[in-house]
Design a protein around this ligand. Structure first.
Ligand SMILES: Nc1nc2c(ncn2[C@@H]2O[C@H](COP(=O)(O)OP(=O)(O)OP(=O)(O)O)[C@@H](O)[C@H]2O)c(=O)[nH]1
Ligand SMILES: [Mg+2]
Length: 335
């Protein structure tokens, strides 16, 4: 199951108390103060990993608590510090304070980490308070409590290219031929029920990340079909590839389809409507050389839109598309 939203509670460890003790040894009548400091509480840390792909685990386990620091001990021994808790999340996870909605971390790179609740400092033991005038202080500090808060987590995938199309347009088929990703593919609408990412090689040393999201239909902004819920996953892509079925079997007019898609995107987020894009006419192997292809080609020429007739199942047109992506996508520059 793909989960892109979760709410969890985190509690960093409390600091351990400082100790109050005095040296007591045989034949040492005036043993001084020797209470050690308390250990620090553990932090709660988020770490992004490419191995995690969903926030599902955090849906089931909602409380995370790091260890407290141990109290200080006699003989000036410091208490042991508490271990950190490290929560692994997918790259693209945004962590907000659930109350203030402040963004605490936006984990955009693999292995990037951030402390979201800081452990409390350990208190000082009484040996730290000895002065020339007070050589037997009974004063010590308590440990400081660790931070605790509710967090709101949102996953917004990071990709270079987002695939947008009606259900059955051929998005998943294209991603699976260009990359090692294996989204479900079938001849019925809404086959793919979650977003998928794939790494597409665009040259000998270059690659870009492509995102396949579930199909959109007219009225998605009003909740039709799967609605808008997955569009946030292409909000952070720098480039959009609209996939429009131009085979003779397509039920809708391709140019109209393209306009419907653009309107749905703009209704969700104005900036998505202004994002750089190109159009791929899909399934040209199914009698695709007819009027529809010509009309679409003419329309794109007039509008100065880059257009690629492709057939993912035969490989037709894919080299030209790859070459175009190589020139236009600068991997790693997603905002
Ligand atoms: N002949 C032909 N069939 C294709 C081509 N691309 C996709 N198909 C078929 O079209 C159907 C839908 O393809 P998908 O890749 O699942 O479409 P999708 O856009 O991901 O659909 P949703 O996940 O429902 O949004 C499948 O039966 C594919 O085999 C193509 O280039 N040529
Ligand atoms: Mg699909």
């Amino acid at each position: 199951m793909f989960v892109d939203h979760a709410k969890i509670f985190v509690h960093a460890g409390n600091g351990g108390d400082g100790a109050c003790s005095f040296r007591r040894e045989k034949f040492m009548p005036y043993g001084g103060p020797d209470g050690g400091d308390g250990g620090h509480g553990g932090n709660v840390i988020f770490k992004a990993s490419t191995r995690a792909t969903t926030l599902l685990d955090l849906k089931y386990r909602r409380h995370y608590e790091a260890d407290a620091g141990r109290p200080g001990q006699k003989s000036n021994r410091r208490g042991r510090s508490g271990n950190d808790v490290i929560i692994t999340v997918p790259v693209g996870t945004i962590v907000k304070d659930a109350e203030t909605l402040d963004i605490l971390a936006d984990l955009v790179a693999p292995d990037q980490s951030a402390i979201v609740a800081t452990g409390g400092k350990g208190g000082r033991g009484n040996s730290r308070f000895a002065t020339s005038t007070n050589q037997a202080p009974r004063q010590y500090e308590q440990g400081i409590p660790g931070e605790k808060r509710w967090l709101d987590l949102e996953l917004k995938l990071l990709a270079d290219v987002g695939l947008v199309g009606l259900p059955n347009a051929g998005k998943s088929t294209l991603l699976s031929t260009l990359s090692a990703a294996r989204p479900q593919i079938a001849d019925y609408p809404f086959t793919t029920l979650r977003p998928y990412l794939g790494v597409v090689s665009t040259g000998e040393y270059d690659s870009c990340i492509m995102a396949d999201i579930p199909g959109l239909i007219q009225g998605a902004h009003a909740g039709k079909g799967l609605g808008h819920q997955f569009l946030k996953h292409i909000q952070r892509t720098q480039f959009l590839l609209y996939l429009v079925d131009i085979s003779e079997w397509a039920t809708d007019d391709p140019i109209r389809t393209f306009h419907v898609l653009r309107e749905e995107l703009s209704a969700f987020d104005q900036t998505l409507g202004q994002r750089a894009y190109a159009i791929a006419g899909t399934k040209v192997d199914i009698h695709g050389q007819g009027d529809r292809l010509r009309d679409m080609q003419r329309y794109c020429e007039e509008q100065h839109i880059a257009f690629f007739p492709i057939a993912a199942v035969t490989g037709q047109g894919l080299d030209a598309l790859r070459l175009f992506l190589a020139r236009h996508i600068h991997a790693g520059t997603t905002a």
